[in-house]
Design a protein around this ligand. Structure first.
Ligand code: GLV
Ligand code: MN
Ligand code: MN
Length: 396
């Protein structure tokens, strides 16, 4: 039997690592001091639950049972300004289910907290390396927005690393997560059983112009990187209109303007260009539009444009058998109050799906807010999700 009090207490304890002091928010980016302290604490909890603690070279943390076992979990790193449940919920729910299953002599359940799901360095970096989608040597060369490489960040893992963790020991993976959107909250639903996860593409773009004096440079002679970005952003919404669906999204979320001073015409801007959709071919068509428009804007503004590597994940469907287990559990724990639904957020489950059967279960996000300090879910909904996960994991 899962213990809701123990589960909620652990969830709050994990929040204390990197607590932002604003609401329940956390600042726990991958490989930060808070992230490593949280991983150390998680390791202790795994060991106390009778699991064998293992960490691979990327920093993915596993608590494993005897083979074979089901794997449950998510990630414990956060966005630069993150909520307390994104990732953390799936890890702590996994810990509670594994612990309760051992106490009750139930089926073996292993636990994982993947590293850098939130993309400080890439897109779901830790699970991408673990599943072989990304070579460690390639990942090592990735840099964050301040220029720090993953290689130097993971040097901080020091002697925590035990070695590779063989995926063949796991029979399947279930990730519990908050929905991070408004669907369950606005419909009064308690549980979402995920049908598929959208695909994502993410690319760094640079416009190089000419840095110059903001008082003396006539407007028609400027090669202003900010003006180019503004025109690009506006133009993109227009150009994409005919190829996107209401579910398609695109975001310029990180902008670094150089030198970012009031009296200087900016000479360079580096920005993140991210787009998501359920269809791989639409993602490709969007990429063509993005590159073509950036080229055109650069030319019109007298700039040059550079594109970084395109990182991404393709859309995936969830495994029918594991999904049916979750649906059956949802109907028992929340009769009539669950729905099958796609995930618009990306998850480690996407990478893991290439190695084993994978499924996901969602609980509501209050106000549909996530990737923000305000992110929250009622305790009743958190516990309902835990019970669904436990019930699904207990089915042999
Ligand atoms: C995951 O955090 C995402 O960006 O969808
Ligand atoms: Mn997450
Ligand atoms: Mn997230």
């Amino acid at each position: 039997m899962v213990n809701p009090e123990r589960f909620l207490a652990d969830l709050h304890k994990l929040r204390s690592f990197g607590a932002s002091g604003v609401g329940n928010g956390v600042v726990r980016p991958a490989y930060s001091e808070a992230d490593l302290a949280a991983r150390d604490w998680l390791s202790e909890q795994m060991a106390a639950a009778g699991l064998e603690v293992q960490m691979d070279a990327t920093g993915n943390l596993f608590g494993v049972t005897e083979k074979p076992s089901l794997l449950l979990g998510s990630h414990s790193d956060s966005q630069p300004e993150g909520g307390w449940l994104d990732g953390a919920l799936g890890v702590i729910a996994a810990l509670e289910v594994a612990r309760a299953s051992r106490e009750a002599d139930g089926p073996p359940v292993s636990v994982v907290s993947f590293q850098d799901e939130e993309g400080r360095f890439g897109v779901t970096t830790g699970s991408a390396v673990w599943t072989g989608h990304l070579e460690q040597t390639v990942a090592d060369a990735l840099t964050d927005h301040t220029g720090v490489s993953l290689a130097s960040a993971r040097a901080g893992l020091a002697d925590r690393v035990t070695g590779p963790v063989d995926a063949r020991r796991f029979t399947g993976f279930i990730e519990m997560h908050i929905e991070q959107g408004p669907t369950l909250d606005t419909s009064g639903g308690k549980i979402g059983v995920v049908t598929d996860i959208v695909g994502i593409r993410d690319m760094r773009v640079t416009f190089d112009g000419q840095q110059n004096h903001a008082g003396t440079t006539p407007m028609h002679l400027r090669r202003d990187a900010f003006q180019a970005l503004a025109a690009f952003s506006t133009g993109l919404s227009d150009r994409l209109r005919n190829i996107v669906t209401p579910q398609t999204v695109w975001t310029i979320g990180h902008v670094s303007l150089h030198p970012n001073a009031s009296s200087i015409v900016p000479g360079r801007v580096v920005f993140s260009m991210q787009w998501r959709d359920a269809q791989t071919d639409r993602l490709a068509r969007m990429e063509t539009v993005i590159r073509t428009l950036a080229d055109e804007i650069a030319e019109a503004h007298g700039l040059t444009v550079r594109f970084g590597p395109v990182l991404g994940l393709d859309p995936v469907e969830m495994d029918a058998t594991l999904r049916a287990r979750l649906e059956d559990a949802a109907e028992r724990e929340a009769p009539g109050a669950w729905r099958a639904m796609p995930s618009g957020a990306l998850h480690d489950a996407t990478n893991v799906a290439s190695l084993m059967p994978v499924a996901m279960v969602f609980v509501p996000s209050i106000g549909g807010i996530s990737h923000a300090f305000e992110e929250d879910t009622t305790e009743q909904d958190l516990v309902c999700g835990l019970r669904v996960l436990a019930r699904a994991a207990a089915q042999r």
